[in-house]
Design a protein around this ligand. Structure first.
Ligand code: DMJ
Length: 650
């Protein structure tokens, strides 16, 4: 046997210490310096120490001025000086940093009264009583309400008169006046429209390039490390992006993806998936692609995943569990609780209702309708506002006392309105709950910031108002505008415009021109800036909500400022989140244009929602997914509004 060339052990020798003999070891040198130091006089020692301190201070001062010059340091950045040392080398995949000049605050939205010319006489409307909101919405206009006796009118929540007749998009609230600052002539408009829509297609192609090369068939692209991450292992990005490719007319990309769905996608997998996320992204994506293309492949896949999600509803209370194993047909709540999130259990209805309509199998619609009926009747709401959690055993709200339009509650409100629209505006319970909730928002959550009076939606925690607003809340301007377009009180449109302005400010007031995940508004007189951002909230996940609302606001008002705002946002996504080898990345810090700090993840909703809404925002074609024919689910997948004559499955 040969002796191993490399020993499998390390021998340790202790030397010097025991013998006391001279060697050049650290220990001996330390003893000799100490002896010399002790031989110095007190004055000599003090002088020496003084020189050392002086040298240290000079060194510090010159280091910080050099780094300031190199990095264009600002006072803001000095707060995080310690972080600089921890920052890794700026990756070449992100664009060269360019400090963005902060845009001046745009003018407050026009306080011009809407013309009532097109509208019928204004009738008394209890919904429009100001109550606590009078100081916030003092400028809110009277509603356009149809004449009494008009057949299209419905009497709804607490006697509010709702005009259900749709006005052509861009008609009722049209503001594309000749003197509007955002106005331009027909030729300029056409050129801009083409240029901007092409820029979105380009952005999509770039995102797709990264996904195709490094994450094909996987859930999400990790663009910086050129790899992927798996959530459910179902090709989430690919499915979420299908209808976007169709709408953007990216035929080749669509065909490649279709081929993958046909040959690779299987739901017969032993994986736990989240009921809500799978419903809105996968079921919703497949259903909308089926409607746009007429290709039965997508309907078959939708039926497959829809039926595999049904075990989630097998609970004592009929309030579904959050997680389902789509291979085993079992469901369960998260490990740490038996609660589900209110927004999750109440934002799966558009998809399951549509699945029932298409298959003529009532069980899907019945399951989600039961959830809505229960939530409708539950105790624990505040003026129509719901808590964030609901228990799957008892069917009651839990962790009560916190009311928000942000995470865990947001799309409950969105789906109240959208179910009403989807079903042909007949199911008045949804409308009533929606109208009551919007009044609840005005009464309890609406405030204005200081110094510029931005109207925002805060949160209420056990009676205490908090001026915190998630970026997620920026879905609300779009939803309010959609309601107004469908005949709900005109003051909803006024509020939509105010909130739209605020959401845009959440972008332009940041150094990168991109919104953080959460902001806090200042309400004290004498505040210097309206918006504060906590260090933990500075990330941007490429979320769609503001772009989504800009799309609705533009469709209904034709005010081009909304397109211009969207254009700026798209440019900033390109500047700070585009990864040169393909894809876009979430970032950690919207306040640092020099180093936004990539998070190395492209969320599927960037392709499913954000880019789709950009494209629709820049298009002048109101028939491109007409809002009178389609209702978007909360993941931006358009589903048809049910034809009036068609019998409903239940
Ligand atoms: C999406 O999955 C949906 O829009 C959902 O309603 C909220 N969160 C993301 C986008 O931010």
């Amino acid at each position: 046997m040969h002796a191993p060339s490399r020993p499998d052990y390390v021998s340790i020798h202790f030397t010097g210490q025991q013998t006391g003999s001279y060697n050049n070891g650290k220990q001996w040198r330390r003893q000799s310096y100490w002896r010399k130091w002790k031989q110095l006089s007190r004055l000599q020692r003090s002088l020496f120490l003084f020189m050392l301190v002086l040298l240290f201070i000079c060194g510090l001062a010159s280091y910080s001025s050099v780094t300031k010059q190199l990095r264009g340091f600002t006072v803001r950045e000095q707060e995080t000086e310690s972080n600089i040392l921890l920052k890794p080398f700026k990756p070449h995949v992100l664009p060269e940093p360019v400090r963005q000049g902060q845009d001046p605050l745009p003018e407050q939205p026009s306080q011009r009264k809407l013309s009532n010319k097109r509208g019928p006489p204004v009738l008394p409307n209890r919904l429009q009583k100001k109550g606590n909101t009078s100081n916030i919405l003092s400028e809110v206009k009277a509603a356009d309400i149809k004449k009494e006796g008009d057949e299209e009118r419905v009497i709804s929540w607490r006697g509010a008169v709702i005009d259900t007749v749709q006005v052509t998009e861009g008609g009722k609230y049209g503001e594309n006046k000749e003197d509007s600052p955002g106005n331009r002539n027909v030729n300029q408009s056409k050129v801009l429209e083409t240029e901007r829509m092409e820029a979105v297609r380009e952005a999509f192609r770039h995102a797709w390039k990264g996904y195709k090369e490094y994450a094909w068939g996987h859930d999400e692209l990790r663009p910086v490390s050129r790899s992927y991450s798996e959530w459910f292992g179902l090709g989430l990005t690919l499915i979420d992006a299908l209808d976007t490719m169709w709408i953007l007319e990216l035929k080749q990309e669509f065909e490649e993806a279709r081929e993958w769905v046909a040959s690779e996608l299987t739901f017969n997998k032993n994986v736990d998936v989240n009921l809500f996320e799978t419903t809105i992204r996968i079921l919703g994506g497949l259903l909308s692609t089926y409607h746009l293309t007429g290709d039965s492949l997508f309907l078959d896949k939708a039926k497959d995943i829809g039926s595999r999600l049904m075990p989630a509803f097998n609970t004592q209370s009929k309030i579904p569990y959050s997680d389902v194993n789509i291979g085993k047909g079992t469901a369960h709540p998260p490990r740490w609780t038996s609660d589900s999130t209110v927004a999750e259990v109440t934002s799966i209805q558009l998809e399951f209702r549509e699945l029932s309509r298409l298959t003529q199998e009532p069980q899907y619609q019945a399951a989600v309708a039961e959830v809505m009926n229960q939530v409708h009747k539950l105790e624990g709401k505040l003026d129509g506002l719901v808590p964030m959690f609901i228990n799957t055993n008892s069917g009651q709200f839990t962790h009560q006392g916190i009311y928000t339009l942000g995470a865990r509650a947001d799309s409950y409100y969105e789906y109240l309105l959208k179910q009403w629209i989807q079903g042909g505006k007949k199911e008045n319970q949804f409308l009533e709950d929606y109208l009551q909730a919007i009044e609840g928002v005005k009464k309890n959550l609406l405030q204005k910031s200081s110094p510029n009076g931005l109207v925002f939606v805060g949160e209420l925690s056990h009676g205490q108002f908090s001026p915190k607003m998630d970026h997620l809340v920026c879905f609300l301007p779009g939803t309010l505008a959609l309601g107004a377009h469908n005949g709900l009180p005109a003051d909803h449109m006024d509020l939509a415009k105010e909130l739209m302005h605020t959401c845009y400010q959440m972008y332009v007031q940041m150094e990168t021109g991109l919104s953080p995940e959460i902001v806090h508004f200042n309400m004290h007189q004498g505040s210097i800036r309206d918006i504060d951002v906590k260090p933990a909230d500075r990330h941007n996940l490429l979320r769609p909500e503001t772009v989504e609302s800009l799309f609705y606001l533009y469709r209904f008002t034709k005010d081009r400022k909304y397109q211009d705002w969207g254009w700026k946002i798209l440019q900033n996504f390109n500047k700070y989140t585009k990864v040169s080898s393909g894809g876009y990345t979430s970032i950690n810090n919207v306040c640092d244009p020099d180093y936004p700090s990539p998070r190395d993840k492209m969320e599927s909703f960037f392709l499913g929602e954000t880019l789709k809404y950009f494209y629709l925002l820049f298009s002048e074609d109101a028939d491109l997914i007409s809002l009178d024919k389609y209702v978007f689910n909360t993941e931006a997948h358009p589903l048809p509004i049910w034809p009036p004559a068609e019998p409903q499955p239940l």
